[in-house]
Design a protein. Structure first.
Length: 331
């Protein structure tokens, strides 16, 4: 039996970035349906903050990280879509990608095309698959057609910059919000048809102006509490409020009747891992992502790189909204 020690990031209790500790853990052989992967790059995502702070409660001690890319070292019994030596990437539960190597379920891991680097693979899987399910699977009642307006909050973040480009490729008029002029410029550069600096502009008034008072068909919102109320007012009748994160805090409880009063609106709270519920779904969604990245229509922007030993600083910068695009850790 193979067994060796690797470095991994672990928290023993919920709290701030200071809880992130580099520890030695043992990695063994994969069991049935599992693989062992040696990471070359690791993705950093806001969901990691939710888990560290206990917004998403998981058993402790906890090894963080939902996204990575590297080389398959070994496969367990019953794994047929991967073999030792394959380049691979994933976004997955359970967490644990903040590590030099790990054993994990094989069903959520996909072969990484040779044309896509490990860094790009680690930076794009969770964020790119999130953009895929939002723009392709989380749709208003009548769907989306070329020319339709959509509102996308945090448009200069990792998911946002991918969504800006993908929306442009689909012919959508994406209205992106961000917290500074520099971030707005970045979103526009990546395909946003309109940008709104919510730190000095009323995004509701601007959305109404851009759409001629009609509102948008769908709002994609990972910000949560701070944008919730005005986002509902940005929607056209029968519009869809698609919540997929809580960067500013959890949305407070609300009476469903307000959805009727504001135009018979639809509301959904999405999670990536409901969409990634089977090997078949994972492969279909990943193939779509690899195709749009391989075609050059979507480019993955990596603006921050940290050694895994500097993970505390990486989390501080992410929470302080100092980051743009994607961020990776290197083992």
């Amino acid at each position: 039996m193979t067994q060796y020690s690797v470095k991994a990031v672990q928290i023993d209790q919920i709290g701030g970035p200071e809880q992130l500790r580099l520890v030695d853990v043992m990695v063994g052989d994969p069991g049935p349906g599992e693989i062992r992967i040696r990471h070359h790059a690791i993705g950093l995502n806001y969901i990691d903050v939710y888990q560290r702070t206990g917004i998403y409660a998981l058993p402790l001690p906890l090894r963080l990280g939902m996204e990575g890319a590297g080389v398959i070292e070994a496969v367990g019994e019953g794994v047929t879509h991967l073999k030792a030596g394959d380049r691979a990437a994933y976004a997955s539960l359970p967490p644990g990608s903040y590590s030099e190597a790990r054993v994990m379920p094989a069903w959520c891991v996909c072969r990484l095309p040779d044309a896509i680097s490990f860094e790009t693979g680690a930076a794009m899987m969770l964020k790119g698959l999130t953009a895929q399910y939002l723009l392709k699977r989380t749709l208003p009642q009548a769907g989306l057609q070329a020319g339709d307006h959509v509102l996308f909050h945090a448009a200069a973040g990792g998911v946002g910059l991918i969504a800006c480009q993908w929306a442009r490729a689909l012919g959508l008029q994406l209205i992106g919000t961000a917290g500074s002029d520099a971030k707005c410029a970045l979103a526009r550069e990546h395909g946003a048809a309109h940008v709104i600096n919510y730190s000095n502009e009323d995004f509701l008034a601007r959305v109404k102006e851009i759409t001629g008072g009609k509102g948008v068909k769908v709002v994609y919102d990972s910000v949560g509490k701070d944008t919730w109320a005005k986002s509902l007012d940005c929607l056209a009748p029968f519009g869809l409020m698609a919540s997929f994160g809580n960067a500013s805090g959890v949305v407070p409880p609300f009476a469903p009747g307000i959805l009727g009063a504001k135009g018979s609106l639809y509301m959904t709270r999405q999670t990536l891992f409901t969409h990634l519920s089977s090997r078949e779904n994972v492969q279909v969604m990943t193939d779509d992502l690899f195709d749009v990245v391989g075609s050059g229509k979507v480019k993955i922007r990596i603006d921050q790189r940290y050694p895994m030993a500097q993970v505390q600083q990486a989390h501080r910068d992410l929470e302080a909204r100092k980051t743009t695009g994607s961020t990776i850790l290197t083992p």
